[in-house]
Design a protein around this ligand. Structure first.
Ligand code: ASP
Length: 441
C-alpha cells in the first residue's frame, strides 16, 4: 500500500487537534487536561526543532561556502538575496496598505465594542508584555541592531540561539576556510559536511513525530479562544489580513511560474510540510530546519544557496509580518486615531514596517511588539497604545499563524529564485529517515 504523504498526515493531525480542542473547550476541566497532558508534546516538538537549528545553520552554511569556492560569488549572492528580500517585503506592505485603505475595516466600529475590547484586553498581561518589550527595543541606539550581529562570545550566541550572530560566525569561518591551503581546510570541511548530514537526518526523525505534535499544538491554540463575539467584530480586519496574505502567495507563485519556470502546485506540494508547521508553531525560527530540509532535498536548491538564504530569511525577511503590520497599524488608526491617517504617515508606515519586520524575532507574536514601534513612528498618542493593541489582541494568534506561513513561503520562494539565478537549482534528491536502517537494525 502506498504510504500516506507527510503533509496529509500533518493535515489530519491538525484537524483532529482542532476538533479535540473544541470538544475539550466545552467539557468541564477540559482546558486543564489539554494544558497539562497534551500541550507538553507540542512543546517537546518545538524544543527538538530549536535544538538542531544552531548546528544546522553552522554546518550547512560552512559546508555551502566551502563548496562555492569563490568569494565573489558569495558577495553577489548575498547582495541579490538582500535586494530581493527588501523588494518582496515592500510589495507585501503596499498590498496590505492598499487593502486596508480600500476596505476600511476600522470605520464604523461602535463605541460599545471599543469599550468592551478596552475593558477586556487593555490591562491584559499579554498587551502589557508587548508594550514593555517594545519600549526596551526602542531605547536602543539606531545602530544597535547592526552591533548585535557581531558576537563577542560565540558560545553565548549558541546559547541564546542568536541567529544572525551564528550566521555571521559561520560566514566568517567559511570564508576563512576558503583562504587557507586546501589540505589544511579539508578536515574541518569534512567535519561540517558530516555534521550537516547528521542534522538533516535528525530533521527526518523529528518529522516522524510531526502529525502528533501538530495535534497537541492546535488543541492548545483552540482552548485559548474564549470570546467569539469579539472575534466576529474583528472579522473584517482579520479577513483583510488573510486576503492580503493570499495575494502574497499568488505573487510568489507567479515568480515561480514565470521566472523559475517551475509548476506552482509542485512547489507548494514540496514545501507544504514546512508551511503546515509554520501554521502550527507560529514561529519561522522553529520551522527553519524543516524549511531547509524541504527546500534542499525536495525542491532541489543547492546547500550553498539554501544554507545562506533561508537562515537569513527566517530572521530578516518577514513578508507576512510586514503586511500584517501595515494593515494593523492603519486599522487601529481608523478606529481610534483617524486624524493621524495622512498620506505622509502612510508612507512612513511603509518604511517603518519594512524595518520592523526585519527587526521582528522569528517567534510567536513578535510582529505585534514591533507594531508598537510602527505606530510610534507616526506619532500615535502613547496613552492610546494599550487600547490600540487591545483592539487586535483577540485575533492575533490566528493571524500570527497565517502570517508565519507567508514568512516561510517567502523565504522558500526567494531561496529557489536565487538558486535559479546563480545556476544552483538542480534535481531534488529526497532522503528518508530509514535509507540506511536495514544496515543497522
Ligand atoms: N510569528 C512570526 C514568525 O515567526 C513573527 C510574527 O509576525 O509575529 O515568523
Amino acid at each position: 500500500m502506498k504510504k500516506l504523504a507527510l503533509h496529509w498526515k500533518i493535515i489530519i493531525g491538525m484537524i483532529l487537534g482542532i476538533v479535540f480542542g473544541f470538544i475539550m473547550n466545552s467539557i468541564d476541566g477540559g482546558k486543564g487536561f489539554v494544558a497539562d497532558w497534551v500541550a507538553p508534546f507540542g512543546k517537546i516538538f518545538i524544543n527538538l526543532l530549536k535544538l538542531i537549528a544552531v548546528p544546522l545553520i553552522l554546518a550547512s552554511l560552512i559546508k555551502g561556502i566551502s563548496d562555492l569556492k569563490d568569494i565573489s560569488k558569495i558577495k553577489s549572492m548575498g547582495l541579490k538575496t538582500l535586494g530581493i528580500y527588501i523588494a518582496t517585503t515592500m510589495v507585501a506592505i503596499i498590498i496590505g496598505l492598499s487593502i486596508v485603505n480600500a476596505v476600511k475595516p476600522g470605520e464604523g466600529m461602535s463605541k460599545e465594542t471599543i469599550e468592551k475590547i478596552k475593558e477586556k484586553y487593555a490591562d491584559n498581561t499579554g498587551v502589557k508584555d508587548k508594550l514593555n518589550k517594545a519600549s526596551k527595543q526602542k531605547d536602543a541606539g539606531p545602530l544597535q541592531a547592526l552591533v548585535d550581529i557581531f558576537p563577542s562570545n560565540i558560545f553565548k550566541s549558541f546559547v541564546n540561539a542568536s541567529m544572525l550572530q551564528v550566521i555571521f560566525f559561520a560566514l566568517f569561518v567559511g570564508i576563512s576556510l576558503l583562504l587557507i591551503a586546501e589540505e589544511k581546510a579539508k578536515p574541518l570541511i569534512s567535519f561540517f559536511d558530516s555534521l550537516n548530514e547528521v542534522v538533516m537526518k535528525m530533521v527526518d526523525l523529528i518529522m516522524l513525530f510531526a502529525p502528533y505534535a501538530v495535534f497537541a499544538l492546535l488543541a492548545n491554540v483552540i482552548i485559548a479562544f474564549d470570546d467569539t463575539e469579539i472575534l466576529i467584530k474583528l472579522l473584517w480586519y482579520a479577513l483583510c489580513v488573510i486576503f492580503g496574505l493570499a495575494l502574497m502567495v499568488v505573487f510568489y507563485l507567479l515568480i515561480l511560474k514565470f521566472y523559475v519556470k517551475k509548476s506552482p502546485l509542485w512547489f507548494l506540494q514540496k514545501i507544504s510540510p514546512a508551511q503546515l508547521l509554520a501554521f502550527s508553531t507560529s514561529s519561522s525560527a522553529a520551522t527553519l530546519p524543516v524549511t531547509m530540509e524541504r527546500v534542499e532535498e525536495h525542491v532541489g536548491v543547492d546547500k550553498e544557496v539554501s544554507g545562506f538564504v533561508l537562515p537569513v530569511g527566517a530572521t530578516v525577511n518577514m513578508d507576512g509580518t510586514s503586511l500584517y503590520q501595515g494593515i494593523a497599524a492603519v486599522f487601529i488608526m481608523q478606529v481610534i486615531w483617524p486624524e493621524g491617517l495622512t498620506f505622509t504617515n502612510q508612507l512612513t508606515i511603509i518604511l517603518t514596517a519594512l524595518l520592523a519586520s526585519i527587526g521582528s524575532a522569528a517567534v510567536p507574536s513578535a510582529g505585534m511588539v514591533m507594531l508598537v514601534i510602527v505606530l510610534e513612528s507616526v506619532g500615535f498618542p502613547s496613552e492610546l497604545l494599550p487600547i490600540g493593541l487591545a483592539l487586535i489582541f483577540a485575533v492575533d494568534r490566528p493571524l500570527d499563524m497565517c502570517r508565519t506561513v507567508i514568512n516561510v513561503t517567502g523565504d522558500a520562494t526567494v531561496a529557489t529564485l536565487v538558486a535559479k539565478s546563480v545556476g544552483k537549482l538542480g534535481d531534488p534528491k529526497p532522503k528518508n529517515w530509514d535509507d540506511n536502517y536495514d544496515l543497522v537494525k
